[in-house]
Every structure is written in C-alpha cells, then in structure tokens.
Design a protein around this ligand. Structure first.
Ligand SMILES: Cc1ncc(C[n+]2csc(CCOP(=O)(O)OP(=O)(O)O)c2C)c(N)n1
Ligand SMILES: [Mg+2]
Length: 532
C-alpha cells in the first residue's frame, strides 16, 4: 500500500521541496520519522528562526520553501516571521502538525483548535484537509498558490494520524506532476500606451522596487533606464526587501525618502514617474502633502493586484514586472536626452572613536567581494550600508520589508544555504540580534559559512532618532547596554571576536568572509543615526 506519507513525500520531491525548515514536536513525528535520505532537515531552535531561514532560502532560490511547525504554539511563535514573509512576498509552504482526528473534537492536548484561523491575516490560504487522503493534494495546491503572484506564505494543518492512512492514488498521483505557470503578461494595449507616454515625456524617472529582482528583471530594468536615459531612484529603504537597480550605476540617484511630502519634493521636475515592482509607496512617518510634484503623473508596474488597487495616486498595470519592462524596452525609441548626472562617490566621513556606522560600512565595502550578498537588519545604518557598499548585482540584498525584527539573522542563513557559492554577510544591530539570536546555533549545526557583523552601539538608535524627530522625548526602554553577542556566539559554538576601529574591522572581515565557516564579528560603533 502507498501511505499518505509516501504520496506526500513523492509530491514534495516532485516540486523540489526537499529541504524542510522546522522545529519538531510529537505531532510532527509521524511525518518526520524514517526521514528520506534525499531530504534535508534544517532545525531552528524557535519558530521565528525556522520561518526566517525558510524566507531567506525561498527568496534567494526563487522557489517555494517548506516549513514544518509544531501545532498551535509553533504557529503562534512563527507569526511575526510569517508577517515578514508576507511583506517580503516569500513563497512559503507552511505545514503544522495537529492532534489525531479522533481527539480534536474533545480537544486533547496539542489540538490546534482554530488551525485555519490562527495564521489567517498573514497567509494567502489556510487549510486542513477534509480527509487524510487529501493531504497530498492540499500540499500541491499550497505549493502552487505560494508561488503564484503575489507570492507569499500559505498554511496546511495536518492531523498526525493522516500520514499513516492509505493514500487515494486516484487523487494523489495526478497532482504530483502538475505544473502551474503563473507569470501573466500585462495587457498589451496598456503597455503600448505606457510606452507612448514614456517616449513623449520630457523628464521621466524610474523608481525601482524589490520585485524587479524577484522577477528576474534586473538586466531589463538597466536596459530600459539606459535606453530612455532615465534617472533611477530606489523605492524607500524601509519597504524594500530587495534592490531593483545596481546602486553603482551612473544613472542611479539614490533612495527615495519614505514619507509623502518628501517623495514629491524629491521628484520635483519630473513629468512621468514610472514605478516598477513596488507598492506606491511604503510610507512612514506621516508627513502629509501632495503625493506627486505639480504636473507629474505616475504609472505603477506590479504583479500584485492589491498593490495596484491601494496605490493612492497614478495608474497601474498589473502583470509580471520582467515581462512589462521587456515589453517597454522593445517598444520605446532610444532617447537622445542627456543622461542624468551621477551622484557623488560615497564619503566614509571623519575618523572617530568608536567609529561611526558609516565608517564601518565603508570598511565592509573595501573588502566586500563582487559576488557577495548582504542581509541587513541594522535599522539606524541601513542607508549608510546601502550608500557605502552600493551593491550592483542581482540577488545581492535582502532586508525585512515588513519591519519586524528577527528576520535578518535567520534569513541570512537561509540565503547562504540557497546560494552556497556567494559569501553572505549579515549586518545586524546589537538590539536586532536578540529577536532570533538562537539562529547562531543553526548556522553552526548546519555548517552555514556566513559572516555576522554586529554593530554595537548599546542602544535602539533608530528609536531615539525617531523619538526626537516626532518630539516624543523621555521614553524608557531605548538603551540595551551589556549585550555581549561574542560570548553568546561562542556559547552556540560559533567563532566570534570583538574588534575596535576600521583597521581591526577590515582584517577581521577579510578573514571571515569566504573563510568557509560561520563567524561573528562585533564592532563597537558610535551612537546615533547614520544616514549615508
Ligand atoms: C518585532 C519587532 N519589535 C520591535 C520593533 C521596533 N524596533 C524597530 S527598530 C528597533 C531597535 C533596533 O535596534 P538595533 O538593532 O540595535 O539597531 P540600531 O537602531 O541601534 O541601529 C526596535 C526595537 C520591531 N521593528 N520589530
Ligand atoms: Mg543598536
């Protein structure tokens, strides 16, 4: 007989879902026991870590990733990370164990009482199969849905006695080989109209968003910008989980500010604002004003219907961003307008003791390999690292678009697992380290050779900056002195050291990057915000 378990593994195998990110409990053991040799289990010591690793892995591989959680408490612990995954548009197939069917009505221990409601606000689909025999088809449906735009997490609750049931092969076999192609081209007339508007505009500008990278449109975005001589801005840093344009390109102008009125001020003088692969925009804080400068119109290219519908201004064309940009490249004439002026080279700023985050970023830039990847969760110095390092290859940058801390460290592990040939550096604030600190153990246990750079300013610097900006002084809880990331890393078995100053930092980073083993470097930095 073929069991539901065998049929499910066959299906997961057929979809390439052979890496399971999980934290197990008794309700998951019937799935995990006699674990097939061609599968790999990546253990996270807490569910935020499990989902964060899977999120980085899914995004950096471009394919859905499989998560296995422990019934209700496991899903509960994972919620913040699932919120992040949704904002990152990360295709996660999240499964969780459930009590045996015979004991859910009487609510035996570990019953996930409202299994399909629990993760609902942050998942695209939630399901508990009506019959054990429907587990494989539920997993198939979940996998296709997670990967369809807008990509994101889906959830399947699986009663623990389902795995041993006899499969209904009339149901499980046909779904096993199915493929679902989900990239839809934008409406040809809408795109042709946009091409005409772009050709006729006197001063158009491109705003490059994260879905350019996710959809594989990196080179096409560059081709369009060069063909139309467009100045290019990145969408505001806080909502940009990935880069949309090479940041050392001479036409790249910088990162848009995140608030309504400053965006309009920054885009002053442009008559057509083309936004590709992003929401319009992920604003914060609230600085009201006109959304666009006088006389400007906006067109948004997005594969996400909700992103299109909720934009406060402009037109939108829903469809695959790579296909949309390629269509524009084909249809717009080459422009003879002068290329925009290049922005100044990065300035590492004056020496100080301790060094500034900007100087730390400049030091990383000196030793950073061409094919390196940065995962950033250092809130007060995100802009400094973007400006100093100026990443310029596709798939080089991952950032928690939802703003929930605890993403960066586990995500960096997942990214490194998906991209073993590319050195990964996780740049993490000393406060942010502690939302998912036990991820260090997973890096060691699974021999994931990433470098973790901890910026120790002993404070929640960005919140102090924000408090001052908003005039909200006197809040408690903004100092985090005494957090010794080096001692903790050593406790998890990771190589770790503390450095002071740019010279020590340069040497330590040079050693750690590409060393082939996971290593943590903690550098003391000056307090305060670093903007560039
Ligand atoms: C889950 C979660 N809790 C709280 C916050 C609020 N928050 C935003 S930034 C920040 C401080 C980050 O401190 P640190 O990592 O040291 O970076 P720094 O600001 O010092 O650069 C906090 C607590 C959050 N974003 N996510
Ligand atoms: Mg800090």
């Amino acid at each position: 007989m073929t069991s539901v378990r065998d049929a499910s593994y066959e299906l997961l195998r057929a979809h390439g879902l052979t890496t399971v990110f999980g934290n197990p409990g008794s309700t998951e053991l019937p799935f995990l026991s006699a674990f097939p040799a061609d599968f790999r289990y990546v253990l996270g010591l807490q569910e935020a870590i499990v989902v964060g690793m899977a999120d980085g892995y899914a995004q950096a591989s471009g394919r859905p990733a499989l998560v296995n959680l422990h019934t209700a408490p496991g899903v509960g612990n994972a919620m913040g990370a699932l919120f992040n995954a949704r904002e990152n548009k990360s295709p996660l197939v999240v499964t969780a164990g459930q009590q045996v069917r015979a004991m859910t009505t009487i609510e035996a221990l570990l019953t996930n009482r409202d299994a399909t409601t629990l993760p609902r606000p942050v998942t695209k689909w939630n399901y508990e199969p009506a019959r054990p025999q429907d587990v494989p088809s539920a997993l198939a449906r979940a996998t296709h849905l997670a990967a369809l735009p807008p990509r994101g997490p889906v959830f399947v609750s699986i009663p623990m006695d389902d795995w041993a049931a006899e499969a209904d092969e009339h149901v499980s076999k046909p779904v096993t080989g199915r493929s679902v192609a989900g990239r839809s081209a934008p409406h040809p007339e809408a795109l042709a109209d946009l091409a005409r508007r772009l050709a006729a505009a006197s001063n158009p500008v491109l705003i490059a968003g994260p879905d350019i990278d996710a959809s594989g449109a990196w080179d096409t975005a560059v081709a369009l910008a060069e063909r139309c001589r467009l100045p290019v801005w990145s969408t505001p840093a806080s909502g940009s989980g990935r880069l949309g344009f090479p940041e050392s390109h001479p036409q790249f102008q910088g990162i848009l500010p995140p608030a309504i009125a400053p965006v309009a001020q920054t885009l002053e003088g442009h008559d057509l604002v083309l936004v590709a692969g992003a929401a319009v925009f992920t604003y914060y804080p609230y600085l009201p004003g006109p959304y666009l400068p006088e006389g400007a119109s906006l067109v948004q290219l997005t594969s996400d219907p909700d992103e299109a519908a909720r934009a406060p201004v402009g037109d939108a064309i829903v469809g695959d961003v790579a296909l949309a940009l390629a269509g524009l490249v084909d249809q717009v004439p080459e422009s003879d307008r002068p290329a925009p002026p290049a922005r100044p080279a990065p300035d590492p700023g004056p020496d100080s003791d301790p060094i500034t985050a900007t100087a730390a970023a400049a030091t990383l830039a000196e030793v950073f390999p061409d094919n390196g990847i940065i995962v950033n969760e250092a809130p007060s110095s995100v802009l400094a690292f973007r400006n100093q390092v100026r990443l310029s290859r596709a798939g080089s940058y991952f950032f928690g678009a939802g703003g929930g801390l605890g993403y960066g460290l586990p995500a960096a592990i997942g990214v490194q697992l998906a991209q073993p040939e590319r050195p990964v550096v996780a740049v993490i604030g000393d406060g942010s380290m502690h939302y998912a600190i036990a991820a260090l153990w997973s890096a060691v246990a699974h021999e994931v050779p990433l470098t973790v750079l901890v910026l120790r300013n002993e404070e929640y610097a960005i919140l102090k900056w924000f408090a001052e900006f908003e005039g909200e002084m006197g809040a408690p809880g903004l100092d985090v002195g005494g957090l010794d990331s080096v001692a903790i890393a050593l406790g998890y078995g990771m190589r770790a050291r503390r450095v002071e100053g740019s010279d020590e930092l340069r040497a330590a980073l040079g050693d750690a990057i590409g060393s082939g083993v996971p290593e943590l470097i903690e550098v003391r930095i000056a307090p305060g915000m670093s903007l560039g």
